[in-house]
Design a protein around this ligand. Structure first.
Ligand code: G1P
Length: 298
């Protein structure tokens, strides 16, 4: 195997309507909702930076500028924090994205689906391999982040890699589901991929979570597949079409996954991430113990 080309670019689709969080998401993308004190998109960006990526491509809907505002420097705020001696906070807002990292914003003019959003990045990526992160899926791991784990497998094998986890069989219709076969090296080689199948049609209970490392040839397939599940151009269908001439592996990710696109997953993540903050952990635990007691759970 020749040495795989490095993964340098990450795509963050952030143009979705976020209807499950309305009215909170009426004027801001759901990716700007905060878990404790930083927005979902910033956790995803940190995961990409940890994995060594150098170009961040945000696929936005034209009317929302909050994502680019968040990643731009804010001279007025920095000056204010400097004058008030709030150096910790100053450090936190200045270090959001290091200067060496490029940010590119591409507007998705029509909401035609996740596959279409990814296709909008083609002119920036060309035919290089690249990563995709859906910021509303969070994977919390003490060791390497989800994307680092996947890039490790990509570097060993040269194959595209999709992050997966086992989902309850009755929930297959909320996920892309892969059918896999174990190869000689013990990797799960993807044989089929279906977007949101009914449980009786699902090839397995391995659900795709929002992390992908893909060969650039996926664009060729995304251009031609047409509409799929929900009347949208689905990334899953583009990858399924690519399987005919490009190997794809499914990697069960180490760590706890939170579906922050749902209200209960979002709140679970908030509580879990709050435990990392020394200044609020004990108060939170006391509060939760009180809640459990008053609800007759302990
Ligand atoms: C998208 C993908 C789906 C994947 C899911 C993970 O669906 O289309 O294949 O399993 O993200 O969160 P969505 O949740 O945007 O409907």
């Amino acid at each position: 195997m020749s040495i795989p080309r490095p993964i340098r670019k990450a795509v963050f689709p952030v143009a979705g309507m976020g209807t499950r969080f309305l009215p909170a998401t009426k004027s801001i993308p759901k990716e700007m909702l905060p878990i404790v004190d930083q927005p979902l998109i910033q956790y995803a960006v940190e995961e990409a930076l940890e994995a060594g990526l150098e170009t961040l491509i945000f696929i936005t809907s034209g009317r929302k500028h909050t994502i680019s505002d968040h990643f731009d420097s804010d001279f007025e705020l920095e000056t204010k924090l400097t004058h008030s001696g709030k150096t910790d906070l100053l450090g936190r807002i200045k270090d959001i994205v290091p200067d060496r990292v490029d940010r590119v914003y591409v507007t998705q003019t029509e909401a035609l689906g996740l596959g279409h959003a990814i296709l909008c990045a083609e002119s920036v990526i060309g035919n290089e391999p690249f990563a995709i992160l859906l910021a509303d899926d969070m994977v919390k791991n003490d060791g390497p982040g989800a994307l680092s784990q996947m890039i490790g497998v990509y570097e060993q094998t040269g194959s595209s890699v999709i992050g997966v986890e086992e989902v309850p069989p009755e929930r297959t219709s909320s996920y892309g589901i892969v059918g896999v076969q174990e190869d000689e090296a013990g990797h799960k080689s993807v044989q089929t991929m279906v977007e949101k199948p009914r449980p009786e049609d699902a090839p397995s209970n391995l659900g795709v979570i929002g992390r992908y490392v893909l060969d650039g040839s996926v664009f060729r397939y995304l251009r031609t597949i047409g509409k799929g599940s929900g009347g949208e151009i689905q990334l899953t269908d583009g990858i399924a079409a690519m399987l005919q001439d490009h190997p794809v592996l499914a990697l069960p990710l180490e760590g706890e996954r939170y579906d922050c696109g749902s209200r209960h997953g979002f709140i679970e993540a908030t509580i879990k991430y709050a435990m990392d903050h020394d200044d609020i952990r004990d108060d939170m635990l006391d509060h939760m113990a009180g809640l459990l007691e008053s609800h007759g759970r302990i």
